[in-house]
Design a protein around this ligand. Structure first.
Ligand code: IPE
Ligand code: IPE
Ligand code: MG
Length: 249
């Protein structure tokens, strides 16, 4: 059996999230400008989305641009936005062919108008697709998201849509996050040898399994995704219980 067949047979995680990191260093190592790394990173995105479709993954979330990334040099931000606008247009037919449904989570009103217009078009066009749910975290920050959810709940309470504050459940709260309706990630992968969350899915990763690898994002292959999933499949998720409880469940 190939590793691909093996991981499918073992039962896939429902949701894999990836922090795509290391584009800049990949380019710098080659004496190139950081934007070349981002360009190479787009190809990895294509590979990984295709890989997800091939194994039949339901949800794939990609950390594409953080709220903090707005603080990068303007030229780099501009290059990234340009690459995104281009990629949306160029990849739409292929995403349709692969039956991918695209969604975006994040503070999207900060995006350049052209990028958001194109992205909205892609979201709409792919809305009925039933293959991989590709969730792009764009201008995303977990603290921003959690604070927004808290504000919305406070508003609901003030305006009488919630009568008793004590009735608010974790499920209600989660439903107010940008990921409402999307299951929590089972597995989170981060490339480039950094071991941190960088303000990504803080609420949703409460019981997520983490997998870190040293490769820079442009070097990440389909096989690396399969290896990450394989590694995940050999773990025991205990959710606070004892190993015996989990085994006997
Ligand atoms: C990830 O690569 C892409 C984005 C954050 C937009 P980086 O640009 O962070 O690359 P490094 O980490 O500086 O190498
Ligand atoms: C996290 O990477 C954001 C994305 C991958 C989009 P960063 O490169 O921005 O994270 P830090 O700054 O190293 O924590
Ligand atoms: Mg980085």
């Amino acid at each position: 059996m190939t590793i691909q067949e093996e991981i499918v047979a073992a039962g896939l995680p429902e949701h894999v999230a990836i922090i795509m990191d290391g584009n800049g260093r990949w380019a710098q190592q080659r004496g190139l400008g950081r934007e070349y790394g981002h360009q190479a990173g787009v190809n990895t995105v294509k590979r990984v989305v295709e890989a997800a479709g091939e194994i039949g993954l339901k949800y794939l979330t990609l950390y594409t641009f953080s709220i903090e990334n707005w603080n990068r040099p303007q030229a780099e931000v501009r290059a990234l936005m340009g690459l995104m606008a281009e990629a949306i247009v160029r990849e739409t037919p292929e995403l349709m062919r692969q039956n991918v449904r695209v969604r975006v989570i994040g503070h999207t009103t900060d995006l350049p108008e052209e990028v958001w217009r194109k992205m909205s078009g892609l979201i709409e066009q792919t809305a009925d697709n039933r293959g991989v749910n590709l969730i792009l975290a764009l201008s995303y920050g977990a603290r921003w998201e959690i604070l927004e959810a808290a504000k919305r709940l406070a508003r609901d309470y003030k305006e009488g849509r919630i009568l008793n504050m004590e009735d608010i459940t974790e499920t209600d709260f989660a439903g107010h996050l940008t990921t409402g309706g999307i299951p929590d990630p089972d597995l989170l992968v981060r490339t480039s040898g950094e071991y941190r969350l960088s303000n990504f899915l803080l609420w949703q990763c409460a019981y997520t399994e983490f997998y870190f690898l040293d490769k820079f994002w442009p070097d990440f292959q389909k096989e690396d995704l399969y290896l990450a999933i394989h590694n995940y499949q050999n773990r025991e998720r205990r959710f606070g219980m004892t190993g015996e409880q989990v085994v006997n469940k």
